[in-house]
Design a protein around this ligand. Structure first.
Ligand code: UDX
Ligand code: ADP
Length: 463
């Protein structure tokens, strides 16, 4: 089967960039991205592509090239499903906040809704592709809904997990390390796999396109994220030991990273990992392991999360302790709110938890982030339900100018590694602050000698 029409349900951080790149690289394929959220679709269709709802370097240019040529954004979910040969499901799968598996299992209600909608609308055979990170064996559930509620048409379910990292989504999509496609080992399943392989082969070498059974593909995604997060928790665990012993975690990371078996990437100690995937996927893995009675496996992976929570709390505790055990009514300026640089995404960002701790200590938090909106920051805090919206908005002062944000502060905390922070006039910032002026670098991005020679009391992670 030659694919000429694709639909993607969910115009978020995964669906939007992935479909934009498919459309750019496959001008012969019509790609329609649909979402229930009308505002989001309106923003994707904004005549000025700088205003699209997701900030990713290089994305607005791709959207400008492909939009209305073979890339479309729409709220008409049913029409898009009906038209397409391949339907990607790229909706959110947050951790459950209620019922069985609360706080651990993935909430599949959006996925189920999609499956039901596809079953209702489809009048011809379709390939349904899981793109969201899903617990192992979700494909089975989707298949059961499709087969039992559909109009008698045939569905092939493929798992095609996305490995892009936010902030580098476009380059990751253009030159992926690998593309993974899982499907049934039946002749129909293999046809569906091959059809999707041919889509990616428009720009990815075939030897980088890996095909497996559905369960291996689903589990590989969870495993990849668990391994990546584990590296960060491992180096963060060493960072605490370094702080006690006089070793420097950056030196340790460099020394171990030169061992080719370990490798140098993903060894930056930090205030803790955030993002929509790591925590959710590990909790999910833990839940799955427990549900099979594999308690040692579950406990092993759960430690990655425990360590990450500890690292965030340790950072806020350090601020309080260093500021003479009280931050009440002191102005503490956060540089950065996003969970990493080059994205406006804040899901599970360490900044949210550090702010929450410090507000509990009655600090006044000032924030500057180049891409995150005021509403997003406030709704992130409200989501924790620690205090009322009004109290949160009184405790958080949000600035568009980093120098103004730092004026009169007792301390600055760097929560995101935005490149622009390194280029600031730190002398000017120091001069405008309360003395002694403290600088807590949760990302270890500044030059120690330079910052200390200005007069800052500079605290890095892991040294
Ligand atoms: C991750 C995976 O990398 C990606 O393959 C998957 O598809 C989705 O989840 P993402 O969460 O977008 O991607 O970003 P990533 O670059 O992995 O960073 C996650 C978090 O770890 C960020 O908060 C980042 O700042 C932190 N991190 C990363 C560190 O603290 N230290 C490091 O060395 C690397
Ligand atoms: P991700 O990071 O996985 O892309 P996002 O939350 O950024 O997650 O995007 C998921 C999108 O899916 C949201 O914009 C949401 O409105 C959309 N969505 C969820 N359920 C449905 C549905 N049944 N039909 C259409 N869109 C949906």
């Amino acid at each position: 089967m030659k694919i000429t029409k694709i639909c993607c349900i969910g115009a978020g951080y995964v669906g939007g960039p992935t479909m934009a790149v498919i459309a750019q690289k496959c001008p012969h394929i019509q790609v329609t991205v649909v979402d229930l959220n009308e505002q989001r679709i309106k923003d994707w269709n904004d005549p000025n592509t700088e205003n699209i709802p997701i900030y990713e370097p290089g994305l607005s240019e791709i959207v400008a090239e492909a939009r209305d040529r073979n890339l479309f954004f729409s709220t008409d979910v049913e029409k898009a499903i009906d038209d397409a040969q391949v339907i990607f499901i790229s909706v959110n799968t947050p951790t459950k906040t209620y019922g069985k598996g609360k706080g651990m299992a993935a909430d599949l209600k959006y996925i189920e809704l999609c499956a039901r909608q596809i079953a209702k609308v489809a009048k011809q055979n379709k390939i349904v592709v899981e793109k969201s990170t899903l617990p192992v064996r979700t494909a089975e559930a989707i298949k059961s809904i499709l087969d039992n509620t559909g109009n008698g048409v045939q569905f092939q379910i493929l798992s095609n997990p996305e490995f892009l990292a936010e902030g580098t989504a476009v380059t990751d999509l253009l030159s992926p390390d690998r593309i993974l496609i899982g499907g049934d080992t039946t002749p129909e399943g293999e046809d569906a796999i091959n059809a999707l392989v041919e889509v990616y082969a428009n720009w990815v070498d075939k030897d980088k396109i890996l095909t497996t059974n559905v369960w291996s593909s689903e589990l590989s995604k969870l495993t990849a994220n668990a391994f990546l997060a584990q590296r960060i928790s491992s180096i963060n665990a060493m960072s605490e030991l370094c702080e006690k012993t006089g070793a420097d975690v950056s030196e340790v990371a460099k020394a171990i990273g030169m061992d080719s078996r370990i490798g140098s990437k993903f060894l930056k100690a930090s205030v803790g990992f955030g993002g929509s995937c790591f925590q959710k996927d590990i909790l999910n893995l833990v839940y799955i392991a427990k549900s099979y009675g594999l308690n040692e496996v579950a406990d092993y992976w759960e430690q990655v999360i425990i360590m990450n929570d500890h690292q965030k709390r340790r950072f806020s505790n350090k601020i309080v302790q260093t500021l003479y055990n009280t931050v009440a009514d002191k102005k503490i300026t956060f540089l950065g709110w996003a969970f990493k640089k080059d994205t406006n995404d804040t899901r599970e960002s360490a900044a949210i938890y550090v702010a929450d701790d410090l507000i509990n200590e009655q600090a006044k938090i000032a924030v500057y982030d180049p891409k995150v909106s005021r509403n997003k920051m406030l709704s992130d805090l409200d989501y924790l339900q620690t205090r009322s919206s009004e109290e949160n908005s009184n405790a958080l002062d949000i600035f568009n100018d980093p120098y103004k944000a730092c004026e009169g502060a007792h301390a600055i905390a760097i929560l995101t590694e935005w490149d622009e922070f390194v280029t600031y006039d730190w002398q000017k910032i120091y001069d405008s602050m309360h003395k002694p002026a403290f600088l807590f670098d949760g990302r270890n991005i500044l030059n120690v000698k330079e910052i200390e020679s200005i007069g800052f009391i500079y605290k890095r992670i892991g040294s």
